[in-house]
Design a protein around this ligand. Structure first.
Ligand SMILES: NC(=O)c1ccc[n+]([C@@H]2O[C@H](COP(=O)([O-])OP(=O)(O)OC[C@H]3O[C@@H](n4cnc5c(N)ncnc54)[C@H](O)[C@@H]3O)[C@@H](O)[C@H]2O)c1
Length: 326
């Protein structure tokens, strides 16, 4: 069901921190307009609607049933993603749902079945891969230009104050979800993994602020993830967000440190331009490439299901101190 009208109308369910990046991204997408938002607390809803220059809906139902809205972005907390995604899909709207997409594999499968049954696009918020450096790496891997892949690394070291971390699950779900879909996109599925986690700088919040995962890939190569809210990396060529693929005939690197603005980000100590940039690219791809031109998402709900299985395997490995086969 391709959209042909001049303007694609967008509505946001949830107006927290991430909505600021999505609103900017919609403004930069040709032929798209942010029509309005709904947020559970009215104070924030009014403030953000004024900031974004859009309507403030009284209820999520009112937003999804507005004929001016074609696509709904689900930007609430993880536990409510399924409820709002279903509401929008049943109302016949395309959906972009933030990551982690669901609490369980079953929740994501439910979204996928409903989107397929209604002929709608439901794009997981897998923003990191909508970057030219990532796409080029995949092309090189797929074309065999890097030779035999021997290793892949996804590293994330960005300090998050405890009051910010509290709004999220621990880094295993909140951050390793990014790592999982990145790995799937670049080099494919792991066949086994083992994981560890620790809590190093929170005074009271009980969830982990650092986690690492070791994996064996289908071709025998090894991969490593690190996700940390515990500390920034201040050294030369820092591993703030760093993705590496190494093959026998070449290697690639993607780094958040390629573009840095010396001003605080929403929660980061500096502004990593790629954070906004990847969301801008993702939103433009969703609204223009998928909804107008019929392109498939670069990462699908099927990938979100596999990423969720990797997260659950990491949790099982942590609990049982064991290597888990996928
Ligand atoms: N892609 C990324 O890089 C990235 C980065 C940060 C957050 N996220 C994701 O975006 C989503 C929102 O994160 P955020 O940083 O904006 O958080 P936030 O805490 O700033 O905002 C969350 C919003 O959801 C609302 N909310 C909470 N529980 C709700 C419920 N049960 N029903 C309805 N509304 C509810 C809150 O009122 C709040 O406005 C999360 O799923 C998070 O994982 C993605």
């Amino acid at each position: 069901m391709l959209i042909q009208k001049d303007t694609i109308g967008v509505g946001l369910l949830g107006a927290g921190d991430i909505s600021v990046l999505h609103a900017r991204a919609v403004h930069k997408s040709p032929g798209a307009k942010l029509i309005g938002l709904w947020n559970r607390s009215q104070d924030r809803a009014r403030h953000r609607a004024a900031e974004f220059g859009c309507k403030n809906y009284a209820s999520p139902e009112e937003l999804v049933h507005d004929p001016a809205i074609d696509a709904v972005f689900v930007l609430t907390n993880l536990e409510s993603h399924l409820e709002y995604t279903k509401l929008a899909l049943v109302a016949g709207k395309h959906v972009l749902v933030e990551k982690p997409v669901g609490v369980s594999v079953g929740e994501i499968a439910e979204m996928q079945a409903l989107a397929d049954a209604n002929g709608l696009v439901c794009l997981p918020g897998h923003n990191y891969i909508y970057e030219s450096g990532m796409m080029r790496t995949r092309e090189l891997v797929e074309g065999g230009d890097l030779g035999k892949i021997v290793s892949a690394y996804v590293m994330y070291n960005i300090h998050h104050p405890e009051e910010v971390a509290r709004r999220y699950p621990g880094v295993v779900r909140q951050i390793l979800t990014h790592h999982s879909y990145i790995l799937l996109y670049l080099v494919g599925k792991p066949v086994e993994l083992c994981a560890m986690k620790a809590t190093l700088h929170y005074a009271e919040y009980p969830e982990e602020d650092i986690a690492m995962v070791q994996m064996r890939l289908h071709n025998g190569a090894l991969a490593h993830f690190c996700a940390s809210f515990a500390a920034d990396d201040h050294a030369a060529d820092p591993w703030t967000v760093m993705v590496k693929v190494i093959g026998t005939a070449g290697s690639t690197r993607y780094s958040y440190r390629d573009h840095v603005e010396i001003k605080p980000g929403l929660v980061h100590s500096q502004t990593y331009t790629a954070y906004q940039g990847s969301i801008t690219n993702e939103v433009r791809y969703f609204l223009v490439d998928c909804l107008r031109l019929g392109a498939k998402p670069l990462s699908s709900l099927e990938d979100a299901i596999t990423a969720q299985k990797m997260i659950e395997a990491a949790e099982e490995s942590i609990t049982n101190h064991s290597v888990i086969r996928l």
